[in-house]
Design a protein around this ligand. Structure first.
Ligand code: 4NP
Length: 160
């Protein structure tokens, strides 16, 4: 597991969704931008990944790029990658966007559950909501996702 900060707070955070082109790239972008605002960048490693491999190497979905840009966040340089077992060692906090992705991650470490594996909204705000998959919806879905990620990320940063 990655080293935590001296006070035991997480130093490495991975956001995980299905395709790594909509929700988790937005989460990575929002979180990075809040970290930068709070001048915490030197303490944190931040990344995102997908449980699926369909979009490996692709940039984020154009709707996600536009939504982030509307909020002053540039995620256009990100490229999708698939979650790998080594990520369990590299990251001390792994936040899945929804129940299905959390379950997929759990099945990848059945013998030695990762102590820092949670659902994003549950970890952030004790909220049972999944961050809904906006891929097949309209642009309103991306706004909903963006707001959830902003609220959740801010709450996480207040704590760590
Ligand atoms: P994401 O959204 O998990 O938020 O990146 C999706 C992207 C692509 C697909 C599904 C969800 N897909 O089926 O290709």
């Amino acid at each position: 597991m990655a080293a935590a900060t001296p006070d035991g707070k997480p130093s490495s955070i991975l956001f995980v969704c299905l395709g790594n082109i909509c929700r988790s790239p937005l989460a990575e972008g929002v979180f990075r931008s809040l970290v930068r605002e709070r001048d915490l960048g030197r303490y944190l490693t931040i990344d995102s990944a997908g449980t699926g491999a369909w979009h490996v190497g692709d940039p984020p979905d154009s709707r996600a790029i536009s939504k982030a840009a509307e909020h002053g966040v540039d995620i256009s340089g990100q490229r999708a990658r698939q979650f790998a077992a080594a990520d369990f060692e590299r990251f001390d906090l792994i936040l899945a966007m929804d129940r299905a992705n959390l379950e997929t991650l759990r099945t990848k470490s059945p013998d030695r559950p990762h102590a820092g594996l949670f659902r994003f909204m549950e970890f952030a705000l004790d909220d049972p909501s999944d961050v809904p998959d906006p891929y097949y919806g309209d642009s309103d879905g991306f706004e909903t996702v963006y707001r959830m990620l902003e609220r959740g990320s801010s709450a996480i940063l207040d704590r760590i």
